[in-house]
Design a protein around this ligand. Structure first.
Ligand SMILES: [Zn+2]
Length: 436
């Protein structure tokens, strides 16, 4: 964070006005702090919903997900936020601002889980946001902007709730089946939404002042660095590239070594070449050959075809383009050397979603004001924030995941880290009030 950003942050904090209150006119000391004990108690209570011997099973639209949603609605009410479910099945609660003409600051996350997941991916950000709103109300802090807390539905099924919130889901995609076996269309009805009124749930650019999401890191960088907070620079873009390598199946005993068109050999060389290429320059870029389908996949036959996938991720879109071109070039070279041919097809293309520089500055300032330390980092996993970033300035706050483990029953974050994360969110929201 540079000095100018920090000064802007402190200026924002010192300008925080209070709601008028009988016999109390003093300014409160910033930074503010949430009630961490209350927040962590909520998370502990929530752990019983969807808990099975295999882990947390709160997959979207399941009984446990719906039970989790009513728990969350109760939490909204206890916080004094009148909850509202929109047509997409996303849940919102609001702390009013002083200027009703301004769009709200949006904070929140999700509460659904993967199959056999943990209790922290999603709920930390959702309950953390509710706790932030509750603290603002209790401390009579009234910002210029309203603060909306959101709990997006079905994040784990492909950021469905946040895609619906920006109108990025097609009618055909509503028929996709979620892990619970329900279609998204059915799920919207189950969550209290209304498919016929989806347009009413769509936010346009200008409808949200900014979005800030608190989330567990789901990796081990913060723990390794001994830092309590990660300030997310952006959510990486992703390419899934399907590579088909065509050779010729032939007898493994009767075909001389210099007369083969071995797709398996080409696939092996390509896998190594991708790994070497991605590691050849410094940076956070990653590439993985994770799947191979071999034909005929038989001991005594030279493979005639191998279909591989490459998963390629980075924050910089130009780097993704450059690496994809490099992989295609490697395929041509290896194809020429092994008498095979390579074809490439992109299965998934998602653009990087960069954090807003002002928001990362406010988050840095919030961290500093609380006497904490942090590092900038990309998010390698997808989040609702990547969808909202398409229509509004976005920022994300990470807290450590013990052992870097997530999407597992062993997923865990310490109570003190969760409290720190919510405190950082609280003071970042106060600072973000200066955004127009
Ligand atoms: Zn999540």
């Amino acid at each position: 964070m540079n000095r100018r950003d920090f000064l802007q942050y402190t200026a924002a904090l010192s300008a925080v006005p209070l709601m008028p209150r009988a016999r109390q006119t003093h300014r409160i000391a910033v930074p503010l702090r949430v009630n961490g004990e209350r927040l962590n108690k909520c998370l502990t209570a929530f752990d019983s919903i969807g808990r099975t011997s295999g882990g947390i099973n709160r997959t979207a639209y399941s009984e446990a997900d719906l039970a989790g949603r009513s728990f969350t609605l109760d939490l909204f009410r206890q916080a004094g936020l009148t909850p509202r479910i929109d047509a997409a099945g996303n849940m919102y609660g609001r702390v009013d601002g002083r200027d009703a003409s301004l769009p709200p600051i949006l904070i929140g996350s999700h509460i659904d889980s993967v199959t056999n997941g943990g209790n922290f991916d999603g709920p930390v950000g959702t309950f953390g946001a509710i706790e932030v709103a509750r603290t603002l109300r209790e401390r009579n802090v009234r910002l210029r902007h309203a603060v909306d807390v959101v709990c997006f539905q079905n994040e784990e099924g492909g950021t469905i709730g946040s895609k619906l919130a920006i109108g990025a889901l097609s009618d055909a995609e509503l028929n996709d089946v979620a892990r619970s076996g329900k279609t998204i269309r059915e799920g919207i009805a189950l969550t209290g939404g209304d498919v016929s009124k989806l347009a009413s749930a769509v936010k346009q650019r200008g409808d949200i002042a900014c979005y800030i999401e608190l989330h567990i890191e789901q990796g081990g960088l913060l723990e390794k660095a001994g830092l309590p907070i990660g300030v997310v620079e952006g959510i990486v873009g992703l390419r899934w590239i399907e590579v088909t390598i065509t050779g010729m199946s032939n007898h493994a005993g009767a075909t001389p070594m210099d007369q083969r068109q071995d797709a398996m050999l080409a696939a092996a060389r390509f896998t190594v070449a991708v790994n070497e290429a991605i590691r050849a320059e410094p940076g956070r870029q990653v590439a993985t050959v994770g799947r191979a389908t071999i034909t005929p996949n038989t001991t005594n036959v030279i493979a005639g075809e191998v279909v591989l996938t490459v998963d390629l991720r980075d924050l910089d879109e130009t780097k993704l383009v450059r690496y994809q071109a490099a992989f295609e070039q490697l395929g041509r070279q290896i194809g020429a050397a092994t008498a095979t041919s390579f074809t490439f097809r992109n299965i998934v293309d998602s653009q990087p979603a960069l954090s807003d520089q002002r928001l990362t500055g406010y988050i840095d300032g919030s961290v500093r004001s609380l006497g904490l330390s942090s590092q900038r980092m990309p998010s390698g996993a997808g989040h609702d924030a990547q969808e909202i970033a398409r229509i509004a300035p976005m920022g994300m706050i990470f807290i450590p995941s013990v052992g870097g483990i997530s999407h597992s029953p062993r997923e865990f974050s310490h109570a003190a880290d969760i409290t720190n994360g919510a405190n950082v969110l609280l003071n970042a929201v106060i600072a973000a009030d200066m955004i127009q």
